[in-house]
Design a protein around this ligand. Structure first.
Ligand SMILES: [Zn+2]
Ligand SMILES: [Zn+2]
Ligand SMILES: [Zn+2]
Length: 149
């Protein structure tokens, strides 16, 4: 009898853990926000917003978590859905002003964001990416600070 009780508790705990993870087990493309039930399905079809051009490559897996607000890793712009975020051009795209779309940050939310090139820190992503990086790979101040994951 006692064993059954323990098992029930374990099942409930397990279900709670699963639902708190945010139910959908779907995966999404980091270029266009398209969702699919499996990474295999997603990665085998062409992406309309591939960086190389329309359907010039496959969807790519977004490695971040499902969250309530998505933040652009280049400019700090936020949007409620990834699809919304990645559908508009980014003023701070590495290729130049509006030369590409916003790209959702794949790291975890932090109280302090650190530039992966120079170690500069800021309390928000927008603050970090608002100034140019002295150690940018393209050269001194040739690009903005870029948050590490
Ligand atoms: Zn895609
Ligand atoms: Zn952006
Ligand atoms: Zn930097």
């Amino acid at each position: 009898m006692k064993t059954i009780q323990i098992m029930c508790v374990m099942v409930v705990a397990c279900c709670t853990a699963l639902s708190s993870m945010g139910a959908p087990t779907s995966v999404r493309c980091k270029y266009c926000g398209t969702e699919a039930q499996s990474a295999r399905a997603l990665l085998s079809s062409p992406c309309p917003k591939h960086p190389a051009g329309f359907a010039k490559g496959k969807h790519a897996l977004f490695e971040g978590q499902t969250r309530e607000v998505y933040t652009c890793v280049y400019c700090g712009q936020t949007a409620k859905s990834m699809r919304t975020l990645v559908s508009s051009p980014c003023p701070k795209h590495p290729a130049g002003f509006a030369k590409g779309r916003h790209s959702a940050y794949e790291g975890t939310e932090k109280s302090t964001y650190t530039c992966k090139y120079c170690g500069q820190t800021a309390s928000s992503m927008r603050a970090l990416v608002s100034s140019r990086c002295p150690k940018h790979p393209d050269g001194f101040a040739k690009g903005w600070h870029t948050p590490a994951r």
